[in-house]
Design a protein around this ligand. Structure first.
Ligand SMILES: Nc1nc(=O)c2c([nH]1)NC[C@@H]1CN(c3ccc(C(=O)N[C@@H](CCC(=O)O)C(=O)O)cc3)CN21
Ligand SMILES: O=c1ccn([C@H]2C[C@H](O)[C@@H](COP(=O)(O)O)O2)c(=O)[nH]1
Length: 308
């Protein structure tokens, strides 16, 4: 049987050799395929964490925990030294002020100055906001609308899986059409659907990712989705089942060639596992210390520039 990671490498090779080339929004250019699928068995604590390069899984885990807090400001991420979201607020700040501040100085200022963070560190109503506080509106007698209570999709998901495991509506959705224009980036990993299988014992998850940066984003997104599935499974008392990942526009940036050549020359080895050390009271009470990755011996780090 081939290593599960081989699916990732095969996808990478297929996009690089057969992908359709185009100029994308960022101006960098991509090769792209549409609609691929990857499947990973999450049983026996297995986790889709790439071994053909070092993936900073703690950054992905901290990002996932940040989503679950409903937070949309990058400040709490930066306080934990997670810098993957800095580029967007930084570009906006530079453009608005003409100040060519360095990334490090911008990040330091977001951490040091709450007022500055409130003004420049927010990404708009992205993932976290939609997941745990999807806005609602209530019609008034005079025909106007006022804000209603937010909807916590994640809490409803956990409740729904417990009360109706056979349900076909276990979905967490990030794509709030009415608010897309206020988001720094419309959600990429936009839909998570959960499914209870294997005679009611296992929790499966399918993630639909409308747009995927295979070299930089996908390694994080796979780990994040597996982590979310594991947390939800633990909360509802199910064994982890399968993670199905489906991509929309699934691409490689043209300036990622060096990383791609290096990674495709490597062979996956080992079987990392993810242990959750504690069962918190709720899906919202996990901490980074609760997660331990074992048997992770990745090959060397590979870096590539992120397209903004
Ligand atoms: N073009 C693009 N690709 C993405 O993957 C992406 C975006 N934009 N925009 C929003 C978020 C931010 N994400 C990112 C951004 C940067 C890295 C990145 O640079 N990763 C490096 C270093 C990670 C680290 O130092 O912690 C890596 O080697 O994986 C990964 C995911 C995923 N998303
Ligand atoms: O979690 C994420 C977030 C973003 N991406 C990538 C996918 C694209 O390369 C860009 C987003 O650009 P759009 O023009 O909005 O599609 O970010 C990712 O792979 N994973």
């Amino acid at each position: 049987m081939s290593h599960p990671e081989q699916q990732y490498l095969d996808l990478m090779r297929r996009i690089w050799t057969e992908g359709d080339e185009r100029i994308d929004r960022t101006g960098v250019g991509t090769r792209s395929v549409f609609g691929p699928q990857l499947r990973f068995d999450l049983g026996d604590k297995r986790v889709p964490l790439l071994t053909t390069k070092r993936v900073f899984w703690k950054a992905a885990a901290r990002e996932m925990l940040w989503f679950l807090t409903g937070e949309t400001n990058i400040r709490p991420l930066l306080e934990q030294k997670v810098t993957i979201w800095t580029d967007w607020p930084l570009a906006k700040y530079r453009k608005a002020t003409g100040d060519e501040i360095s990334q490090e100085a911008f990040e330091a200022r977001i951490v040091a100055d709450a007022g500055f963070a409130a003004e420049w560190g927010d990404l708009g109503p992205v993932y976290g906001k939609q997941w745990v506080d999807w806005p609602t509106y209530e019609a008034q007698a005079d025909g106007t609308y006022r804000s209603g209570p937010g909807i916590n999709q994640v809490a409803l998901l956990v409740e729904g899986l417990k009360s109706n495991p056979g349900g076909r509506r276990h979905i967490v959705e990030g794509w709030n059409v009415a608010e897309l224009d206020r988001m720094a980036l419309p959600p990429c990993h936009k839909t998570y659907q959960f499914h209870v299988g294997a005679g009611g014992t296992r929790l499966n998850c399918q993630l639909y990712q409308r747009s995927c940066d295979v070299a930089l984003g996908l390694p994080f997104n796979l780990f994040g989705a597996a982590l979310l599935t594991r947390m939800v499974a633990q909360q509802v008392g199910l064994e982890p089942g399968e993670l199905v990942w489906t991509g929309g526009d699934t691409h490689l940036y043209l300036n990622h060639g060096e990383l791609i050549d290096a990674q495709l020359s490597r062979v996956p080895e080992g079987e990392p596992t993810l242990a959750i050390l504690r069962r918190p009271e709720s899906i919202f009470d996990y901490r980074i210390e609760d997660f331990e990755v074992r048997d992770y011996v990745p090959q060397g780090r590979l870096t590539a520039p992120v397209a903004v």
